[in-house]
Design a protein around this ligand. Structure first.
Ligand code: ACO
Length: 334
């Protein structure tokens, strides 16, 4: 029973709302097409905050919600696939701005699976006894990576951050993480390095991604094969859900609450149908927020918490997938 307890939650929701109709003003698309294909109606875009600033706001809200002094935090795990800098990591910036001077800081990137990876990691730190309180904050500024001429992907994403504070608790906890390395076929967004090395002989290092570099209009932004991701996602969500409840020794019908990664309503519905989970137990906010990558799940946790809907002992599954391709699930009792 080496589990965890969520003692506080927070989120940052950017104020700028972008609707499907807004996309129809500059792309050959429609509200009807986007909504029926994805379940998304609108998403929030950051117009005035960096990624770390959204993380700071979510973290401050979680500290306040849990009544935790920032100096009590032993570790900050920040998940993002849209960092502001190569270094410092966004977790170090968060540490500074929330005043968590006793915390170690680690950024991780398993793309949209980030929050699940971080929860798994936090539990391990808590149960070694090295940490008593851990802040997990997931922050994503995905609109920076979108090709707004690509009508097959840009409407899917939004910006935002969610945070939780966790400590060890004598409760059931099981997790299942995995990956299926994608050789830049299903989903990627490359790092843009511009070399100014004046010496000869330093120009072949990037030949393995020459096919990307030679397509200049595509080489700066997220690139996705939507159908390939879709197929992977349904199988990965179903399999990791099945594995984690098998580890926990519970039946899918016993689950009180499922919070899936918010990529596409059809992906979620297919996976939940495969697992025989009633939709009334599945929490979604993608109609209003779109896909905010690793921030989706903690944002929903905060919405539920503040609405008084997280009840002690609820059998909960978090399940997701992401670029990588990564996938993962957590079974925990609240
Ligand atoms: N508006 C109108 N028509 C469009 C649009 C659009 N925005 N985009 C594509 N179309 C057209 C296509 O051109 C195509 O027309 P054609 O049949 O004449 O060629 C038709 O609509 C169907 O296109 P498909 O690509 O087959 O559409 P699909 O049903 O696969 O839906 C979607 C596309 C929504 C992207 C879907 O594949 C999907 O959701 N995939 C998974 C995406 C995802 O979850 N990514 C994860 C992102 S990162 C992460 O979370 C890990």
């Amino acid at each position: 029973m080496n589990g965890i307890k969520i003692i506080g939650t927070g989120r940052c929701v950017p104020s700028k709302v972008v609707t499907n109709d807004d996309f129809a003003t500059f792309l050959d698309t429609s509200d009807e097409w986007i909504y029926t294909r994805t379940g998304i109606k609108q998403r929030r875009y950051s117009t005035d905050m960096m990624n770390y600033e959204m993380a700071v706001e979510a973290a401050k809200n979680a500290l306040e919600n849990s009544g935790t002094d920032p100096l009590e935090i032993d570790l900050i795990i920040l998940t993002t696939c849209t960092p502001d800098f190569f270094y410092p990591s966004d977790s170090c910036l968060v540490q500074h701005y929330i005043g968590a001077a006793n915390a170690a800081c680690i950024d991780i990137n398993t793309a949209c699976t980030g929050f699940i990876s971080a929860v798994d990691m936090a539990r391990r730190y808590l149960w070694t006894g090295d940490c008593k309180k851990i802040l997990i904050v997931s922050s994503e500024f995905l609109t920076r990576q979108q090709d707004f001429t690509d009508r097959t992907s840009c409407f899917l994403f939004g910006d935002g951050a969610g945070a939780v504070i966790v400590e060890a608790a004598d409760k059931p906890f099981y997790s299942c993480l995995g990956a299926k390395g994608d050789p830049l076929e299903a989903l990627y967004c490359r790092v843009n390095y511009e070399s100014n090395m004046p010496l000869e002989g330093f120009k072949d290092y990037d030949k393995s991604i020459r096919h990307i570099l030679d397509t200049p209009e595509k080489n700066k932004y997220l690139k996705m094969d939507g159908k390939a991701v879709y197929r992977f996602a349904v199988d990965a969500m179903t399999d990791s859900f099945a594995k984690v409840i098998a580890k926990a020794g519970v039946n899918s019908r016993d689950i009180d609450l499922v919070i899936p990664h918010q990529a596409n309503q059809r992906i979620i519905s297919s996976a939940m149908k495969n697992m025989d989970v009633d939709e009334s137990r599945v929490c979604c906010n993608l109609a209003d927020h779109g896909n905010t990558s690793s921030a989706c799940i903690p944002t929903i946790l905060d919405e539920l918490n503040r609405a008084g809907k997280l009840k002690e002992g609820m059998k909960t599954v978090l399940v997701g997938f992401g670029a990588g391709l990564t996938y993962g699930s957590v079974y925990m009792e609240l």
